[in-house]
Design a protein around this ligand. Structure first.
Ligand SMILES: [Fe+2]
Length: 287
């Protein structure tokens, strides 16, 4: 997820009364009387996609999948196959051929359509339920190479294949539970850095070389190659404490990336962090 600008999406699909009501609820989430995150969800309104929208999906899919076949994590590629992520159409979120139908028996994760940007608490509350808030609109043809905000290509193509992996699935839910449990801004900042350097921009070591798994890399034709090949990128071994202390910048290619040894490493590190946050008895005094 990213905040902000809304210039180049087909907003007609999400601007109706249902979308407005859901967004207003999401904006209030956590305040008294606003505790049911499912009220921030909307239908996909699949009939709203134009022929051009469908073409945009195919162009992006073809361009990126070809590159990813040799450069993405095996866990991502296996996940993409197992949720039946195909080139011919924008993914369905509902119905027998939907990504959710394939995902449910694998890990119980589901993608839920949302009308736009969710505040952090609402976003974390979704993850804690194994539900991934998903932008349903797709970028315009003019913005095909770069879009500063998530669209369905980023959210489904970029994120969802990893949700089919039981270890990553557990990690992401634990992340959500920990993040929604704290109101301490320093923890919220640390956790947003962790999300950025793993879920969004993570690399992993597989077969003796670095491969992509972060959705911001997976779904970006320009940045994916840069992340693996550029001499300007400082690729550091993953360490949770170091990651949580590293600030990040948006709006340009990432100069620092962290490389996992395995998804077990990520899950285990997150479990340790979550225990500290969720179990006050383990929390050091004054921390
Ligand atoms: Fe994302």
């Amino acid at each position: 997820m990213a905040q902000g600008m809304s210039g180049n999406l087909n907003h007609a699909m999400i601007d109706g009364p249902q979308g407005k009501a859901a967004q207003e609820y999401a904006n209030q989430f956590g305040a008294p009387g606003f505790h049911d995150i499912t009220k921030a969800y909307i239908g996909q309104n699949y009939g709203g996609y134009t022929a051009e929208n469908q073409e945009t999906w195919r162009v992006l899919y073809d361009r990126q999948m070809l590159y990813l076949a040799n450069n993405a994590s095996e866990v991502y590629l296996r996940g993409a196959r197992s949720i039946n992520l195909v080139r011919d159409h924008i993914p369905y979120l509902e119905g027998p051929q939907s990504v959710n139908t394939f995902l449910m028996p694998l890990t119980g994760w589901q993608s839920k359509a949302v009308p736009g940007y969710l505040p952090a608490k609402a976003f974390f509350a979704c993850l804690a339920r194994r539900e991934f808030p998903t932008t349903i609109v797709i970028r315009s043809r003019e913005s095909i190479d770069y879009l500063p905000e998530p669209d369905i290509f980023h959210d489904i193509f970029g994120h969802v294949p990893l949700h089919a992996d039981p270890i990553f699935a557990d990690f992401l839910q634990t992340y959500g539970k920990a993040a929604v449990s704290t109101d301490d801004p320093s923890h919220t900042e640390r956790l947003s850095r962790l999300f950025w350097f793993t879920v969004e921009f993570g690399l992993i070591r597989e077969g003796g070389r670095n491969r992509l798994y972060g959705s911001g890399l997976i779904s970006s034709p320009g940045e994916s190659a840069h992340a693996l090949d550029s001499k300007d990128v400082d690729r550091r071994p993953f360490d949770l404490e170091t990651v949580c202390n590293t600030s990040f910048e948006i709006d340009h290619y990432q100069p620092i990336l962290y490389v996992l040894e395995s998804f077990d490493q990520l899950r285990d590190a997150m479990n340790t962090y979550a225990q500290r946050l969720l179990d006050p008895a383990r929390r050091p005094v004054n921390a």
